[in-house]
Every structure is written in C-alpha cells, then in structure tokens.
Design a protein around this ligand. Sequence first.
Ligand SMILES: [Zn+2]
Length: 197
Amino acid sequence: MTRCLDCGAERITDQCPSCGLTSAAAEVMFRRRLLKRTAVFLAGSLAFPYVSQIYPPLDLDWMLVIFGLIFFLALTLAVILDRRARQRQELEVLKRIYAGFIPLPWILAAMLFLNGKLDSQKNVAYHPTTVDSRYNMRGIVRGTRRLFVHSWREGQKIERLAVDFDDYDRFRAGDSVVVGVEPGALGIPWYFGVYRR
Ligand SMILES: [Zn+2]
C-alpha cells in the first residue's frame, strides 16, 4: 500500500481512487508543484536580505545566520522530496514539513519591514560611542559593510552596524560618533544612522 504523491490518498492500484491520477501523472504533478513552491520560497529569500538593508536590525548578523540555516534546510528538503518523488517513495510527512518552510522568509521579511515602517522617527535614541573597526566584504550585488562600534548595550562589547557605502567610507577606527537607534515597532531595535560628534 502506498500513498498518492499528488493528493496523499491511500491507494492499492496504480490509479489513485481519490484524484484519478496514475502514479506517473501524480509524480509529474507533485514535482511541478514542488518547483512552484520552491520559487515562492526563493523569492522570499531575496526579500528578506533586501528589507534587512532598509531597516537593518542591530542583531542583523545573528539573524542572517538563522536565516541561512532555514535556507539550507529548506533547499535540502526540496532536493530530498524531488528524489523521493522520482523513486515514488512515501513523502507525506516531509511534504508537510516543507510546506511549513515556504512562508518563513516572507514572514521574516514582513516582520522586519513592519518593525521599521511602523516605527516613528521621534523614537530614535542617540548613543555616543567610538568606532572600533570596519569590515567590508565585496558582494556581487551590494556586498556587506559593517562599522564596528563599542556597544552601549549591557553584556555586549561591539555593535556591528550594517552601514551603507557612504557611511562606511566616512568613518575610521577611533572616530567619535553618535549612533541613532530605533526601538522597532515589534521590539526589534534597528540601526537608524551614524553621525560624527
Ligand atoms: Zn491522488
């Protein structure tokens, strides 16, 4: 006894009693849907880093690590699902787990967006600090630039500010600066701007 790859109904004959597809047709249907879902996931995976550049959270690097893990797990699942479908193996459980991954990058991107968008500029808090060092990793699209400043938060030594190109260029190690931070409408503090003092 196996389950139909497309609708998940139990079946004993080659043709599914529920949706009427043969096992070959169900495989084609399933893999087509898998491709569509993966495309939705990948689009969300572009939206997340994009939004994170508009309203960069203070703990962006930590979030990117989590996000990278989600990305890696989901794509691994997609590959396993595709392989199992081709071998006509049971995939009901994996299918459900994978479905849970699809909206994740969209939810994370929407969260970051609302966190910044709904925040008021009146809430910016300014923290005097000094620049510790800089970090620049060239990327194909925009690259990664970080300005490391001494932290004002308890239990934290360094803040890794996701600055844009201009701000990256303007400051050197040892510079005295003021960092503007918004509390975030959803409670995720994000980097607003850096100024010379
Ligand atoms: Zn079926």
